[in-house]
Design a protein. Structure first.
Length: 270
Protein backbone atom coordinates (compact mmCIF):
# COMPACT_ATOMS: atom_id res chain seq x y z
CA UNK A 1 0.00 0.00 0.00
CA UNK A 2 1.49 3.39 -1.03
CA UNK A 3 0.70 6.84 0.30
CA UNK A 4 1.11 9.61 -2.27
CA UNK A 5 1.23 12.54 0.11
CA UNK A 6 4.84 13.58 -0.48
CA UNK A 7 5.58 16.53 1.86
CA UNK A 8 2.86 15.46 4.31
CA UNK A 9 3.69 11.73 4.11
CA UNK A 10 3.99 9.94 7.43
CA UNK A 11 4.65 6.46 8.71
CA UNK A 12 1.45 4.73 9.80
CA UNK A 13 1.63 4.01 13.54
CA UNK A 14 -1.05 1.37 13.03
CA UNK A 15 1.11 -0.72 10.69
CA UNK A 16 4.27 0.04 12.65
CA UNK A 17 3.04 -1.28 16.00
CA UNK A 18 1.00 -4.06 14.44
CA UNK A 19 4.19 -5.36 12.81
CA UNK A 20 6.03 -4.95 16.13
CA UNK A 21 3.33 -6.97 17.95
CA UNK A 22 3.39 -9.59 15.20
CA UNK A 23 7.14 -10.03 15.60
CA UNK A 24 7.36 -9.86 19.38
CA UNK A 25 5.39 -13.12 19.49
CA UNK A 26 7.91 -14.78 17.14
CA UNK A 27 10.83 -13.35 19.10
CA UNK A 28 9.51 -14.63 22.44
CA UNK A 29 8.72 -18.02 20.90
CA UNK A 30 12.27 -18.15 19.53
CA UNK A 31 13.67 -17.38 22.99
CA UNK A 32 11.53 -20.17 24.46
CA UNK A 33 12.72 -22.69 21.83
CA UNK A 34 16.36 -21.71 22.35
CA UNK A 35 16.02 -21.97 26.13
CA UNK A 36 14.36 -25.39 25.88
CA UNK A 37 16.99 -26.66 23.43
CA UNK A 38 19.95 -25.44 25.48
CA UNK A 39 18.42 -26.87 28.66
CA UNK A 40 17.94 -30.27 26.96
CA UNK A 41 21.55 -30.22 25.74
CA UNK A 42 22.84 -29.30 29.18
CA UNK A 43 20.91 -32.22 30.69
CA UNK A 44 22.56 -34.58 28.19
CA UNK A 45 25.99 -33.04 28.72
CA UNK A 46 26.27 -31.89 25.11
CA UNK A 47 27.23 -28.33 26.07
CA UNK A 48 30.34 -29.66 27.81
CA UNK A 49 31.15 -32.08 24.96
CA UNK A 50 29.82 -31.05 21.52
CA UNK A 51 31.20 -34.24 19.94
CA UNK A 52 28.14 -36.02 21.36
CA UNK A 53 26.08 -34.35 18.63
CA UNK A 54 28.31 -35.46 15.77
CA UNK A 55 28.64 -38.92 17.30
CA UNK A 56 24.90 -39.54 16.96
CA UNK A 57 24.14 -41.17 13.59
CA UNK A 58 20.42 -40.50 13.87
CA UNK A 59 18.45 -37.32 14.44
CA UNK A 60 18.83 -35.35 17.66
CA UNK A 61 15.40 -33.67 18.06
CA UNK A 62 17.04 -30.91 20.10
CA UNK A 63 18.90 -29.77 16.96
CA UNK A 64 15.55 -29.14 15.25
CA UNK A 65 14.28 -27.22 18.28
CA UNK A 66 17.41 -25.05 18.28
CA UNK A 67 17.23 -24.44 14.52
CA UNK A 68 13.59 -23.35 14.76
CA UNK A 69 14.48 -21.19 17.76
CA UNK A 70 17.37 -19.48 15.94
CA UNK A 71 15.23 -18.73 12.86
CA UNK A 72 12.29 -17.40 14.92
CA UNK A 73 14.58 -15.39 17.21
CA UNK A 74 16.46 -13.81 14.29
CA UNK A 75 13.36 -12.94 12.26
CA UNK A 76 11.45 -11.73 15.31
CA UNK A 77 14.37 -9.53 16.38
CA UNK A 78 14.83 -8.09 12.88
CA UNK A 79 11.10 -7.40 12.56
CA UNK A 80 10.77 -5.80 16.01
CA UNK A 81 13.81 -3.54 15.69
CA UNK A 82 13.07 -2.76 12.05
CA UNK A 83 9.53 -1.67 12.89
CA UNK A 84 10.44 0.40 15.96
CA UNK A 85 13.50 2.05 14.40
CA UNK A 86 11.90 2.27 10.94
CA UNK A 87 14.99 0.57 9.55
CA UNK A 88 14.43 -0.36 5.89
CA UNK A 89 17.37 -2.80 5.76
CA UNK A 90 16.06 -4.88 8.67
CA UNK A 91 12.52 -4.76 7.32
CA UNK A 92 13.67 -5.92 3.88
CA UNK A 93 15.68 -8.71 5.49
CA UNK A 94 12.61 -9.81 7.47
CA UNK A 95 10.33 -9.59 4.42
CA UNK A 96 12.79 -11.41 2.15
CA UNK A 97 13.33 -14.20 4.68
CA UNK A 98 9.57 -14.75 5.11
CA UNK A 99 9.09 -14.81 1.32
CA UNK A 100 11.93 -17.33 0.96
CA UNK A 101 10.47 -19.60 3.68
CA UNK A 102 7.00 -19.34 2.11
CA UNK A 103 8.30 -20.29 -1.36
CA UNK A 104 10.38 -23.10 0.15
CA UNK A 105 7.29 -24.55 1.85
CA UNK A 106 5.36 -24.43 -1.43
CA UNK A 107 8.24 -26.06 -3.32
CA UNK A 108 8.55 -28.86 -0.74
CA UNK A 109 4.79 -29.50 -0.82
CA UNK A 110 4.68 -29.65 -4.63
CA UNK A 111 7.79 -31.84 -4.94
CA UNK A 112 6.54 -34.18 -2.20
CA UNK A 113 3.28 -34.60 -4.14
CA UNK A 114 5.00 -35.14 -7.51
CA UNK A 115 7.74 -37.48 -6.28
CA UNK A 116 5.92 -39.56 -3.70
CA UNK A 117 7.98 -42.72 -4.24
CA UNK A 118 11.25 -40.83 -3.77
CA UNK A 119 9.91 -39.19 -0.61
CA UNK A 120 8.76 -42.58 0.70
CA UNK A 121 12.23 -44.04 0.15
CA UNK A 122 13.90 -41.09 1.92
CA UNK A 123 11.49 -41.37 4.86
CA UNK A 124 12.19 -45.10 5.09
CA UNK A 125 15.94 -44.50 5.02
CA UNK A 126 15.61 -41.71 7.61
CA UNK A 127 13.53 -43.89 9.95
CA UNK A 128 15.92 -46.83 9.66
CA UNK A 129 18.92 -44.62 10.48
CA UNK A 130 17.16 -43.38 13.58
CA UNK A 131 16.28 -46.93 14.61
CA UNK A 132 20.01 -47.67 14.62
CA UNK A 133 20.58 -44.83 17.09
CA UNK A 134 17.52 -45.54 19.22
CA UNK A 135 19.49 -46.27 22.41
CA UNK A 136 22.11 -43.56 21.79
CA UNK A 137 19.96 -40.52 22.59
CA UNK A 138 17.09 -40.22 25.08
CA UNK A 139 15.27 -37.51 23.07
CA UNK A 140 15.41 -39.58 19.88
CA UNK A 141 14.21 -42.59 21.86
CA UNK A 142 11.23 -40.66 23.25
CA UNK A 143 10.40 -39.32 19.78
CA UNK A 144 10.33 -42.80 18.20
CA UNK A 145 8.36 -44.24 21.13
CA UNK A 146 5.78 -41.46 20.85
CA UNK A 147 5.49 -41.95 17.09
CA UNK A 148 4.97 -45.71 17.47
CA UNK A 149 2.46 -45.40 20.32
CA UNK A 150 0.37 -42.67 18.69
CA UNK A 151 0.24 -44.37 15.29
CA UNK A 152 0.03 -47.97 16.60
CA UNK A 153 2.99 -49.00 14.49
CA UNK A 154 6.38 -50.67 14.85
CA UNK A 155 9.50 -50.01 12.79
CA UNK A 156 9.63 -48.33 9.39
CA UNK A 157 7.91 -51.12 7.46
CA UNK A 158 7.40 -53.63 10.26
CA UNK A 159 8.82 -55.04 13.52
CA UNK A 160 11.72 -56.75 11.73
CA UNK A 161 13.22 -53.32 11.06
CA UNK A 162 14.44 -53.41 14.66
CA UNK A 163 17.17 -55.74 13.44
CA UNK A 164 18.91 -52.51 12.36
CA UNK A 165 19.51 -51.76 16.04
CA UNK A 166 22.40 -53.60 17.68
CA UNK A 167 20.46 -54.17 20.91
CA UNK A 168 17.37 -55.67 19.25
CA UNK A 169 19.19 -57.56 16.50
CA UNK A 170 18.49 -61.32 16.36
CA UNK A 171 22.04 -62.29 15.39
CA UNK A 172 23.80 -64.93 17.44
CA UNK A 173 26.57 -62.46 18.32
CA UNK A 174 24.21 -60.19 20.24
CA UNK A 175 24.46 -60.47 24.03
CA UNK A 176 21.71 -57.97 24.76
CA UNK A 177 18.70 -58.96 26.85
CA UNK A 178 16.59 -57.13 24.25
CA UNK A 179 17.86 -59.46 21.52
CA UNK A 180 15.15 -60.36 19.01
CA UNK A 181 12.67 -58.07 20.73
CA UNK A 182 11.07 -54.68 20.09
CA UNK A 183 10.72 -51.52 22.23
CA UNK A 184 7.81 -51.36 24.63
CA UNK A 185 6.17 -48.71 22.42
CA UNK A 186 5.49 -51.47 19.85
CA UNK A 187 3.39 -53.41 22.36
CA UNK A 188 -0.40 -53.37 22.26
CA UNK A 189 -1.34 -51.68 25.57
CA UNK A 190 -3.31 -53.65 28.13
CA UNK A 191 -6.11 -51.44 29.55
CA UNK A 192 -5.93 -53.39 32.82
CA UNK A 193 -2.31 -52.41 33.38
CA UNK A 194 -1.77 -49.04 35.04
CA UNK A 195 2.02 -49.36 34.99
CA UNK A 196 3.80 -49.57 31.63
CA UNK A 197 5.55 -52.90 31.14
CA UNK A 198 8.84 -51.85 29.51
CA UNK A 199 9.79 -55.52 28.98
CA UNK A 200 6.67 -56.48 27.03
CA UNK A 201 8.59 -56.66 23.76
CA UNK A 202 11.34 -59.00 24.96
CA UNK A 203 11.89 -62.09 22.75
CA UNK A 204 8.71 -61.42 20.78
CA UNK A 205 10.40 -61.90 17.39
CA UNK A 206 11.62 -65.35 18.43
CA UNK A 207 8.00 -66.43 18.18
CA UNK A 208 6.19 -67.14 14.91
CA UNK A 209 4.75 -64.10 13.16
CA UNK A 210 1.27 -65.48 13.67
CA UNK A 211 1.65 -64.83 17.40
CA UNK A 212 2.73 -61.22 17.00
CA UNK A 213 -0.72 -59.78 16.33
CA UNK A 214 -1.90 -60.32 19.90
CA UNK A 215 1.11 -58.66 21.51
CA UNK A 216 2.62 -55.99 19.26
CA UNK A 217 1.70 -53.67 16.42
CA UNK A 218 2.69 -55.28 13.13
CA UNK A 219 2.05 -52.35 10.81
CA UNK A 220 5.08 -50.26 9.83
CA UNK A 221 5.08 -46.57 10.73
CA UNK A 222 5.43 -45.48 7.10
CA UNK A 223 2.21 -47.32 6.19
CA UNK A 224 0.55 -45.93 9.32
CA UNK A 225 1.48 -42.37 8.37
CA UNK A 226 0.31 -42.91 4.79
CA UNK A 227 -3.03 -44.12 6.15
CA UNK A 228 -3.22 -41.20 8.62
CA UNK A 229 -2.72 -38.46 6.03
CA UNK A 230 -5.90 -39.05 3.91
CA UNK A 231 -8.01 -39.27 7.10
CA UNK A 232 -6.68 -35.94 8.33
CA UNK A 233 -6.11 -34.12 5.05
CA UNK A 234 -8.43 -31.25 6.06
CA UNK A 235 -6.52 -30.70 9.30
CA UNK A 236 -3.17 -30.74 7.48
CA UNK A 237 -4.50 -28.38 4.78
CA UNK A 238 -5.99 -26.09 7.44
CA UNK A 239 -2.69 -25.86 9.33
CA UNK A 240 -0.78 -25.19 6.10
CA UNK A 241 -3.25 -22.47 5.04
CA UNK A 242 -3.16 -20.85 8.50
CA UNK A 243 0.65 -20.73 8.49
CA UNK A 244 0.66 -19.37 4.92
CA UNK A 245 -1.85 -16.64 5.80
CA UNK A 246 0.25 -15.60 8.80
CA UNK A 247 3.31 -15.38 6.57
CA UNK A 248 1.45 -13.41 3.89
CA UNK A 249 0.12 -11.05 6.58
CA UNK A 250 3.67 -10.48 7.88
CA UNK A 251 4.91 -9.80 4.33
CA UNK A 252 2.04 -7.34 3.76
CA UNK A 253 2.79 -5.44 6.99
CA UNK A 254 6.52 -5.25 6.24
CA UNK A 255 6.03 -4.11 2.63
CA UNK A 256 3.46 -1.49 3.68
CA UNK A 257 5.74 -0.11 6.36
CA UNK A 258 8.69 -0.02 3.93
CA UNK A 259 6.53 1.92 1.45
CA UNK A 260 5.55 4.40 4.18
CA UNK A 261 9.17 4.97 5.19
CA UNK A 262 10.30 5.40 1.58
CA UNK A 263 7.42 7.86 0.97
CA UNK A 264 8.46 9.93 4.00
CA UNK A 265 12.10 9.99 2.86
CA UNK A 266 11.05 10.97 -0.64
CA UNK A 267 8.87 13.78 0.78
CA UNK A 268 11.68 15.07 2.97
CA UNK A 269 13.97 15.16 -0.04
CA UNK A 270 11.96 17.99 -1.62
Amino acid sequence: MHYYRYSTAEVSCWYKYLLFSYNIVFWLAGVAFLAAGLWAWSEKGVLSDLTKVTGLHGLDPVVLVLMVGIVMFTLGFAGCVGALRENICLLKFFCGAIVFIFLLELAVAVLAFLFQDWVRDRVKEFFENNIKSYRDDIDLQNLIDSLQKINHCCGAQGPDDWDFNIYFNCSSESKSREKCGVPFSCCIPDPAQKVVNTQCGYDIRKKSKGQWDDQIFVKGCILALEAWLPRNIYIVAGVFIAISLLQIFGIFLARTLISDIEAVKAGNAF
